[in-house]
Design a binder for this molecule. Structure first.
Ligand code: NZQ
Ligand code: ZN
Length: 391
C-alpha cells in the first residue's frame, strides 16, 4: 500500500426533505451571500429551486442566481459566473444540479479571487491558492463532484476538456443529498450516472499497487451494490432505497475512499473526455463504450487485475487463463450496460466516423506522452483502444 493523505471535509446531509436545510447549513458554514448555480431547467420544473430559495430566505441568507449551465459545461458560463459573483459580492457558490453545475460552481469559486484567467488552473499554468466555498444540492448521482475536489470544464474554442484537482480547496463545504430528487431522472441519465460511478471505482481498482485489500474490497462491494440496485431504479424510478443506495454509491465511488493507498489509472476517463470534447456525447455513455475497450486492450497486455475483477465482481470461475477470465468479466460488464440501455460501440454512441488520429493526438497533447498508470499508454496504444471502441 502506498502512503496517502485523505482529506474529505464535506458535511453530507442525506435523506428525504434535506434541501429544506440549505439556508441553515449555508449560515453554519459562514456564508454571508450565496450565488445559486443551476442547469437547463430540471431544478426549476421540479420546484426544487423554489424550495432552496425559500430555505435561504427563511435563514435570512441573501442570494443571487445564474442558470443555464449545459451538460459538458464550457468556459463561457464560468466567465459569466465569475463576473456576476464579483459584482454581487457572494461568498458561497451553491450548485443545485449534477456534475456539470457543480463543476461550473467550483471553477467560479476558484476564479473569483484570482486575478488571471481561471483557465490557467485547468491548463496547469497556475495552482489554486484560494477559493470561495462551494456547496451542493445534488440532483443526479453520477460524477461524484459532490464529494470530490475536482472540476471538469471544456474550453469552447479549442475543444479541450480538462480536469482540475484541488482536494483541499474545492471539495464542497456541504452536500445535500435527497434521493427523492432523482425520481425525475430520465432512464438514460440514470444509466449514464450508473456507468460513470462504476467507472470511477474501476479507475481506482485497476492498479498495480499491491497490498490494498481494503481498497479492493471496498471497490468490489460498492460495484456489486450498484449492479444490484441499478436495475431496480431503472424498473421503478420511485424506488427510494434503490435511488438512495445509488446516490451514496456515486459519492463513495469518487471522493477518494475507494482508491486510498493505490496508484490510480484514469486513462479511460481521459480517453472519453476527448470523445465528449469533440462530439459532445454524454460522459457516462461515452464511458460505456470506452471503458470496456480499454479493458479488452488490457486483457491482451496486462490481464491480472481485470481477471480478479471478473472473479470477484462477476463471479467468473477462475481458470488457468487469466486473459480468458478477464474477457468473460468484460462480457458480463457489457451485458449489464446493455441491460441499462447504454451504447456499446462508438457507432451506437452516435459517432459513426470518429477521427481516431485526432482523438489520440489531442489526448496526448493534453495529457502527455504517456497516459494512465495500469499500463502507460502511448499514442499508438490509444489509437488501438479507440479502434476497439469502434466495435
Ligand atoms: O440541466 P438540467 O435541466 O438540470 O438537466 C440535467 C442534464 O440535462 C439532467 N438532470 C440532472 N438532474 C436531474 C435531471 N433531469 C431530471 N431530473 C433530475 N433530478 O441531467 C442532465 C445531465 O446533467 P449533468 O450535470 O451533466 O450530469 P453529470 O452529473 O453526469 O455530470 C457530467 C459532467 O461531470 C463531469 C463530466 O465530464 C461531465 O462534464 N465529471 C466531473 C467529475 C468531477 N467533477 O469529479 C468527474 C467525472 O468523471 C466527470 O468527468
Ligand atoms: Zn466520470
Amino acid at each position: 500500500m502506498n502512503n496517502f493523505t485523505f482529506y474529505s471535509p464535506t458535511e453530507f446531509v442525506f435523506g428525504k426533505g434535506t434541501e429544506t436545510q440549505t439556508g441553515t447549513l449555508a449560515r453554519e458554514h459562514g456564508a454571508t451571500k450565496v450565488m445559486i448555480v443551476y442547469g437547463g431547467g430540471s431544478a426549476v420544473r421540479s420546484g426544487l429551486l423554489d424550495r432552496v430559495k425559500l430555505s435561504l430566505r427563511q435563514a435570512g441568507m441573501p442570494f443571487c442566481e445564474m442558470g443555464g449551465v449545459q451538460p459538458n459545461p464550457t468556459d463561457g458560463k464560468v466567465y459569466e459566473g465569475i463576473a456576476l459573483c464579483r459584482n454581487e459580492k457572494a461568498d458561497m457558490l451553491l450548485a443545485v444540479g449534477g456534475g456539470s453545475v457543480i463543476d461550473t460552481a467550483k471553477a467560479i469559486a476558484a476564479g473569483v479571487p484570482y486575478e488571471g484567467d481561471f483557465w490557467d488552473f485547468f491548463a496547469g499554468k497556475a495552482t489554486v491558492e484560494k477559493a470561495l466555498k462551494v456547496a451542493v444540492v445534488l440532483t443526479i448521482p453520477a460524477a461524484g463532484s459532490e464529494g470530490s475536489g475536482n472540476s471538469v470544464i471544456t474550453k469552447a474554442d479549442t475543444l479541450q476538456k480538462l480536469s482540475l484537482r484541488t482536494p483541499k480547496l474545492l471539495r464542497p463545504a456541504f452536500s445535500i443529498m435527497n434521493p427523492e430528487l432523482t425520481f425525475t431522472l430520465p432512464p438514460f441519465q440514470t444509466a449514464c450516472g450508473v456507468t460513470d460511478m462504476m467507472a470511477h471505482i474501476m479507475e481506482r481498482y485497476f492498479t498495480n499497487t499491491t497490498g490494498v485489500e481494503v481498497a479492493d474490497r471496498m471497490c468490489e462491494g460498492v460495484l456489486m451494490s450498484i449492479i444490484e440496485e441499478a436495475p431496480k431504479a431503472m424498473a421503478a424510478p420511485n424506488d427510494y432505497d434503490a435511488r438512495a443506495n445509488l446516490m451514496w454509491a456515486g459519492m463513495v465511488a469518487h471522493n477518494g475512499t475507494c482508491g486510498t493507498g493505490c496508484e490510480e489509472d484514469w486513462a479511460s476517463h481521459f480517453l472519453e473526455h476527448e470523445v465528449s470534447a469533440l462530439y459532445g456525447v454524454t460522459h457516462g455513455a461515452g464511458l460505456a463504450v470506452i471503458f470496456p475497450a480499454w479493458m479488452k486492450w488490457m486483457a491482451a497486455h496486462h490481464p491480472r487485475k481485470i481477471a480478479q475483477y471478473a472473479h470477484r465482481v462477476w463471479h467468473v470461475a477462475p481458470s488457468a487463463d487469466s486473459r480468458a477470465d478477464a474477457l468473460q468479466g468484460i462480457t458480463c460488464l457489457q451485458n449489464f450496460l446493455r441491460q441499462l440501455g447504454m451504447p456499446l460501440d462508438l457507432k451506437e454512441l452516435g459517432v459513426p466516423h470518429p477521427d481516431i488520429d485526432l482523438l489520440a493526438h489531442n489526448l496526448h497533447l493534453n495529457k502527455g506522452e504517456l497516459v494512465g498508470n495500469y499500463v502507460r499508454l502511448t499514442e499508438a496504444d490509444s489509437r488501438e483502444i479507440y479502434h476497439i471502441a469502434m466495435g
